[in-house]
Design a binder for this molecule. Sequence first.
Ligand code: ADP
Length: 569
Amino acid sequence: MQHEKIKILAIDDNSDNLIIIRALISEVFPNAITMTALNGVKGLEIAFEKAPDIILLDIIMPGMDGYEVCKKLKAHSKTADIPVVFITAIKDDKRNRIKALEAGAEGFLSKPVDTSELTAQIRAMMKIREATIMKKNEKERLEKLIEERTSELQKTHSETLNLLKFFQAENEKRKKSEAALKESEEQTRLFKRAVDSSSVSIIITDLEGNIIYTNPFFLKISGYEKDEVIGSASSLLKATLQPDTFYNNLWKRILSGKDWMGEIKNQKKNGEIYWVNAVISPIISSSGETTNFVIVTEDITQKKQLLEDLIAAKEKAEESDKLKTAFLANMSHEIRTPMNGILGFAELLKEPDLTSEIQQKYIHIIEKSGARMLNIINNIVDISKIEAGLIEINISDSDINEQIDFIYSFFKPEVEEKKMQLSCKKPLPDEKAIIRTDREKLFAIFTNLVKNAIKYSNQGTIEFGYLPVDLIQKPESLVFFVKDTGIGIHKDKIGIIFERFRQVSEGKNRHYEGAGLGLSISKSYIEMLGGSIWVESEEGIGSCFYFTLPFCPAKSAPPVDLRTENEKK
Ligand code: ADP
């Protein structure tokens, strides 16, 4: 600040004093502007309006005294920095000086004002003023700087905040994606566990049908090791066990992106065949391309077997039903026929004029009918006993040659009546033909088979007996046979004739009498005695029934002589 341009305000109620001050100032500071006010209020007005550099202030003034004016000046921001110099009449008025300092004054001048003192005071005030202005400017500069820095800091702060928010958001995103990744990993693990522990076979193949994954259940079912199947073609998709068309249709469907469902015949490592219910689905990528196939199969071998058994049981039940009807009709016929014979010819016998020859004929027919009736009743009783487990086996020494002789002579007349021949084979010498068996049962078996041979033959020869025995080899069983040149048995029926009530011609097609029990009873007896029965037959040529019985020579039988005839001589 140039001293010359300083503005000084002098406030004094005495105009003379003001003139003196003005004069003094212009003398020392010719360029200074001196403003004057005759009271405190006016002084304050000028101070606020003109902002002087220094205020010279009288203390004692009417109305508002100098202290009051000074306090007001110092209280207002606009004037607070203007140095105030009190002008007092009493030079060493200590009390007033303290009061003035308390009011905020910066300096003191005593009246009458001395030029040098005024100059010194003004210069001092000017320095204070300059310092104050400098301080103020510096403060303003600093404040501005602080403001700038603060705004910069605020900017940086808000940028940092934004960055922080960004990082927080990024962090949240990362956390979310980490959680999503963890969840998807957990899901993948769950799927893997589910697939691994599943009780159905699961296979994943490439587009050529080569296996790239199988679950443990498939390995368990198929018997293969993991290394043996991975990379190899899935046998489920390999055209080996079913016709080509089957696999062609399957491939066509799955390659078109559709599921295939159905039953597939498959093979285990050990060659065993098993059936599976399969669902084959293409795995389609997000771009819509088929990348793999997944094959889910359930082993249905047992179910299929069960179904087959059920169908067989159903068929058997239906057949049994048919058989029951046929049996009832058959039994009715088998009982009525001899009964009619007995009653009818008994009635005829009542005729008074019958010749004895006719009478004998009728009696013979009645006897035959009675025997037939008795045979049926015996068969029914026997089969009932067999079913009830009431049959007893009586093992004793049985002379089989003797039995064969008896049967031969018993049936010979009947065979010859049919213009046929009967012969028997007994290769063992009589003394060695005694075995331990149930003779009654053996007799019943032979009788049944020979009777059938006669019944089902109309020409030729009936031969029965047992096959030659190699006594050196000591066979375990004797093979008996009854051979005829009769009607024979169709190969489809050979399996059923040993069943109860089963006949080759059943129902309305029956041509021969009989209840279908003889072979079933014979079979049961043979099995009870430890043997077995079978037949070799050709329709229209004849049949040969074979049965075996354990070859247990009787204890009483003499030791076998193995010497040749020459040796004996
Ligand atoms: P059936 O009383 O009907 O003769 P079987 O049980 O003795 O009863 O015989 C069952 C069936 O076996 C007969 O109905 C017949 O069809 C057939 N059969 C038995 N023996 C012979 C045979 N020697 N030649 C031809 N068929 C026979």
